[in-house]
Write a protein that binds this ligand. Sequence first.
Ligand SMILES: [Zn+2]
Length: 92
Amino acid sequence: MSYTKAMEVSFCPDCSHAVPPHYLFCPQCGADLSHTPDFEGLLDQCLKPLEEMEWRNNRHRLALLLTRLEVLEEGLGLFLEEGRKDPRASCR
Ligand SMILES: [Zn+2]
């Protein structure tokens, strides 16, 4: 892949912190960088937490939407009940 040459930083395999390529140890967590894994593996390790975060965010959003839907349904039920009780409140 050509874009590996354009990379001016590498990433710590332990904490995914950006590290200058000539560093032997991660300044963030102190991990040994003298035997860096291949770029594909590093990319996977960098993207994995992001993917997990996105998945968690989506699940959170879905739960939030379902909660709102429940509230809406409840509100709609109350509204329809009100309409039945008081004919003036009905749209029909
Ligand atoms: Zn690190």
